[in-house]
Each structure stands twice: as structure tokens, then as C-alpha cells.
Design a protein around this ligand. Structure first.
Ligand code: 5RP
Length: 222
């Protein structure tokens, strides 16, 4: 089965967790695209969506969903998003699509974070996927030197400007044995806007598309 079909399976399973009349958070990426298209196909009547990127906003609007400002919603009952990597504790690497800052904000502001992935995203230890870090443009070189001190090999993602007007540095060659500590350490570097490590706020439920269908991992049962 193709990775894209597995993404679709995971996204469809997440649709069962969406309730009419709620405002939900919606992530970014090709897996989430299936989720949005699935909401439209099933004619789910959510009250609105808080969007994590301009790309997601476009897709939501195209399918007739209201996009609302997080400042007007209070806590969200549900946030659905993909990931670039997930470890057995449901800690994640995100930001392959450069939307990590808004994604992290929405994840923090949501009661339940449901992450949808295909099984190629599962890893025993995070770090095979280069860790995205969103930086204030003037701080890019300074932050990169600090990331080298932390053991990484930062590479500037040329030509990419985030929805917040910032730049992305992807950190290669990390074996992230203590994601919580590394997330804190990178957060301390002046000029860092967001690091794409989701350890402080991991997923609550991971839905994985596999050749055999979907499997779910609930963090409360770990
Ligand atoms: C965007 C993200 C995405 O969730 C991540 O890149 C996964 O994308 P896809 O569903 O296309 O594999 O973090 O910033």
C-alpha cells in the first residue's frame, strides 16, 4: 500500500473523533489534506476551524469551512495534525512543512492532540528526520552556531519564508535521546522562535496508517 493511502486511512480514522458544532484545530501537510477533504466528503458540520497555516486556511475555505481566530475560541477540544516522526512515547518532530510555530501553539491550546501518520513516521528514537527550527532571520547564523554546540549539523532551508516571516534551519545528525531536555535547550537560544520538537506537549493519540489498516496508540495507556 502506498504511503499516501496509509495517510488517508489515518486521516479517515480521525474523522470519527470530530463532533458537530465544535471548533477544532487543524494542522498542515499531506495527511491533514486527507482529513480536510474527508470532513468535506462526510459533510461534517464543525462550527469552525483554527488553522495552522495559510495553506490549510486555503484548503478549509475552499471546502466551505469557517476559519476562526484562536484568540476568540478559548481551549479547543481537538487538534488534528500530522508529524514527520513519532517515537513510542508519542513525542514528535514536526515542521517539515514549515508550519511548526502555529502548530505548536494550537497543540498547546487544545485538550486533545490527535496525530495522524503513516507507519514510515514511527521511529524508536527521534532525529533521523532533520529537526526544523524556526528562527528570526537576523539570528540565523548565531542560532546555527549554538545548534552546532548542541551536537547538530544545521542547514538553512533556502528559499523558505514561514507564514510568520521567519526562516527555517534544519538540524541534521541528532540522536534525540532526551527530547524534553533538547526542546528546552533549543528554546533558550535567543532568536529561536520555535523548535519542531513536541516533547513538552506530545500527541495524546497517535493514529497510524499501516498495510493492515489503522492502529492507534493512546498516551494515557502507556
Ligand atoms: C508541517 C508538519 C506536518 O505535520 C509534517 O511535515 C507531516 O507532513 P505530511 O502529512 O505531509 O507527511 O509538521 O509543518
Amino acid at each position: 500500500m502506498s504511503a499516501d493511502r496509509k495517510k488517508q486511512l489515518a486521516a479517515e480514522a480521525a474523522l470519527d473523533l470530530v463532533h458537530d458544532d465544535e471548533i477544532i484545530g487543524v494542522g498542515t501537510g499531506s495527511t491533514v489534506k486527507w482529513f480536510i477533504e474527508g470532513m468535506a466528503a462526510r459533510r461534517l458540520r464543525i462550527r469552525g476551524a483554527v488553522s495552522s497555516s495559510e495553506a490549510t486556511t486555503k484548503l478549509l475555505v475552499k471546502h466551505g469551512f469557517d476559519v476562526v481566530d484562536l484568540n476568540s475560541t478559548g481551549e479547543l477540544p481537538l487538534y488534528v495534525d500530522g508529524a514527520d516522526e513519532a517515537d513510542p512515547h508519542l513525542r514528535l518532530i514536526k515542521g517539515g512543512g514549515a508550519a511548526l510555530t502555529r502548530e505548536k501553539i494550537i497543540a498547546a491550546a487544545s485538550r486533545r492532540f490527535v496525530c495522524i501518520v503513516d507507519d514510515s513516521k514511527l521511529v524508536p528514537v527521534l532525529g533521523r528526520f532533520p529537526l526544523p527550527v524556526e528562527v528570526i532571520p537576523m539570528a540565523r547564523s548565531y542560532v546555527s552556531r549554538e545548534l552546532v554546540r548542541l551536537g547538530g549539523r544545521p542547514i538553512y532551508r533556502e528559499g523558505v519564508v514561514t507564514d510568520n516571516g521567519n526562516q527555517i534551519v534544519d538540524v541534521h545528525d541528532l540522536e534525540i535521546v532526551d527530547p524534553l531536555a533538547l526542546e528546552s535547550a533549543i528554546n533558550q537560544i535567543p532568536g529561536v522562535v520555535t523548535v519542531g520538537l513536541f516533547a513538552r506537549r506530545p500527541a495524546d493519540l497517535l493514529i497510524v496508517g499501516t498495510d493492515q489498516g489503522t492502529k492507534t496508540i493512546d498516551r494515557s495507556t502507556l
